[in-house]
Design a binder for this molecule. Sequence first.
Ligand code: MLT
Length: 261
Amino acid sequence: MEMLRAKVNETELAYTRSGSGTSLVLLHGYPLDHSIWEPLVPLLKDDFDIIMPDLRGFGGSSLLEAPATPYQISDMAEDIALLLDELKIKKVLMAGHSMGGYVALAFALAYSKRLLGLVLVASQAAADNAERKAGRYVLAERVEASGVGEVADGMPSLLTGDVNLQAWLKKLILRQSPAGVAGALRAMAERPKANSILVGFKQPLRIIQGADDRIIPIERAREMLYMNNGEISVIDGAGHMPMMESAQRIAEVIKSLRPKR
Ligand code: MLT
C-alpha cells in the first residue's frame, strides 16, 4: 500500500489511507508497524476510511534522524491527534493493538470527544510492575548497542503459534529501527495505569483477546470490564495477533461499532 507522510511534532509520520466511510484509525503494537492490519483492509474498506499510521519510531516513521530525546505514550497519542488535524478529520473509531492500545487509551484521556468508540486488541489498562519496567530499560540498552536481532529472534513465538506468521513477523521486526524500538520500550515502561481512563470513557468499548495470548494474559483483558461495561470477545485459536490470526472476527467487532446513519 502507498505510504503517505505528514510532519507532526518534529517527526514525520508515515501512514496509509484506504476505503471510504466512517474514519477508522488502526494503531499497531510493539515492535511492529501498520502492516499487521493489512488483512483487515479488504474486509473493512467498503464501510470505513481506514487510516493506518506507523507510530513514531516504527515502520516509515523512523526516528533515525531525530534527536534521541525520551518520549511518552501520550506523545505518541498526540502525534495521532495532529495527524488527524492535518487530515481534517474530527472524529474516529480507534482500534489499538497491545502498545497501540496503550496509545489509544492515552488518546482517549486527552481527546475523548474525538472518539466514536474504542477497540482494544490484546491490550491492557495495567501499568508495568517494577520487574517488567526494569527489564524494558535493560533491553532498550541492548537494542541500542546491538540492534533488533535479539527481539526478532525471541518475540515471534510469543506473538503467535502459527509458524508461517512467526517467520513473517520476524522479518517485520528486523526492519524496525533500534532507536524506535528502544524509545517505545522506555515509553511503555513509564506509562501510567489507565484504569481511570476506562472508568471515564462513555463511548462504546470492545475488548478483543486471543485465548492463547502469551504476552498479555487474558485476566488483564477481562479486568478492564470492572472499569467499563464494554464487551469482550475472546478468540479461540488466536494468540497475541488476532487481527492476523482471525481477521474476519476482528472485522465483525469493528463493524459492530460503526455509527448508524
Ligand atoms: C505489544 O505487543 O505491543 C507489547 O508487547 C506490549 C507490551 O510489551 O506491554
